[in-house]
Design a protein around this ligand. Structure first.
Ligand SMILES: C[S@@+](CC[C@H](N)C(=O)[O-])C[C@H]1O[C@@H](n2cnc3c(N)ncnc32)[C@H](O)[C@@H]1O
Length: 362
């Protein structure tokens, strides 16, 4: 175990002890990912990149192809014009790659580009990436009271801690984490709960799933502050009926390390990413609770094609075309990833949802 992993384990054990020797999984995940200086995203290791050789663990759409940002820029530009705003607010900007692509494409159309990033190490990396745009970019650590901007979050919701629910012999339990002294490792322990998934899951067989109170409260917090503008959230996930489908009985919790995935977040804590898919119906309901409307919901492939990606690729090199294809292909990022757009006030139909809008499926 590295020194960092050992310190993180000690920290989690301290929190666990203070909480009665059991941590609900969302608290464990929050510490594993975000404990200051020690958590996966807080340490200075490289998390996001195209290849394992860079030391990275997974790739995201803007890291895959700069055409992600250039086509998204068209939708962002439309939203800025439609909502009479001049600012972008990005959550969880990773290496700063999407911000760089958008600022390069939009230039002076964006008067200010604000980033909210929980990881100090990533904030530093973003500042390096965005050095050429220092006059436009700033970082804030708390949400502004009033937001007048186009708000973006790519793969941010999936990095928010989830609670785990386990149905055993027809009874729902909350799955948490304990420390087993004899084995010197973390282990699962289920405790009775009154909570259950938002839809009934047919059958009586054992079933593991997630609920997303933190991601939904994030949507409410941002939504209630949004005075003017629009919110675009891009992530992997499904509407509720697919998310809680009776066949998805192992849940969607997943870890990423060196571009390989596994399903054991209790091993190698702090050295790998932990994520869960998004229940987009929950996102839409949270947004509606604070008076927002869903402006559109569709697959990433539809959204990018509607935003003009194919035209932008006409003069691209073969290699650039091949990487951009991955953003759209059904078996790569095209279908599993979705885009949801939220807005307040006067409703308009964003370019990205002109064809293939699936809002009715939420
Ligand atoms: C999977 S990475 C995605 C990074 C980047 N958006 C990209 O596409 O490459 C998740 C990012 O979300 C950040 N994050 C997680 N929770 C956050 C929150 N509540 N507010 C702001 N950033 C958050 C993480 O620190 C990290 O930068």
């Amino acid at each position: 175990m590295t020194a960092q992993a050992s310190l993180l384990t000690t920290k989690i054990k301290q929190f666990m002890q203070a909480a009665g020797d059991w941590l609900p999984f969302d608290r464990f995940m929050a510490l594993a990912l975000y404990a200051p200086s020690l958590g996966y995203y807080s340490a200075s290791q490289q998390q996001i990149g195209r290849m394992p050789a860079s030391g990275s663990d997974f790739v995201t759409a803007p890291e895959m192809s700069s055409y992600f940002g250039t086509s998204l820029a068209r939708s962002v530009k439309e939203a800025l014009v439609q909502t009479h705003t001049h600012a972008v607010l990005e959550f969880g900007a990773g290496n700063g790659t999407l911000a760089l692509q958008l600022l390069s494409a939009l230039g002076e159309q964006v008067q200010s580009y604000t980033i909210v990033e929980v990881s100090a190490a990533l904030r530093e990396r973003q500042a390096q990436t965005l050095a050429a745009f220092a006059a436009q970019v700033r970082w804030v650590s708390v949400l502004p009271d009033s937001i007048q901007a186009v708000v973006l979050g790519n793969e941010v919701l999936d990095a928010m801690p989830v609670r785990l629910l386990q149905r055993t012999a027809g009874v729902w339990y909350e799955r948490g984490v304990v420390w087993t002294e004899a084995e010197s490792c973390f282990d699962w322990q289920d405790r009775p709960t009154d909570d259950c998934p938002p839809v009934e899951i047919a059958g009586e067989y054992d079933y593991l799933t997630e609920i997303h109170p933190q991601a939904e409260s994030f949507v409410r917090s941002v939504g209630e502050r949004l005075q003017r503008g629009a919110i675009f959230l891009i992530d992997y996930g499904f509407p509720e009926a697919e998310y809680y489908h009776e066949q998805r009985h192992m849940g969607t919790l997943m870890c990423h390390q060196a571009h390989l995935s596994d399903s054991d977040p209790l091993q190698d804590v702090g050295r790998k990413d932990i994520t869960a898919h998004i229940n987009f119906t929950g996102v839409a309901l949270a947004a509606r609770e604070v008076g927002l409307e869903v402006l559109g919901y569709t697959s990433q492939a539809h959204f990018l094609i509607n935003s003009g990606l194919l035209g932008l690729l006409e003069n691209a090199s073969m290699q650039d075309k091949a990487m951009a294809q991955k953003l759209m292909l059904e078996h790569e990022m095209g279908e599993l990833f979705k885009v949801i757009a939220l807005g307040r006030g006067e409703i308009w139909q964003p370019l990205g949802f002109v064809q293939g809008d699936r809002t009715h499926r939420l």
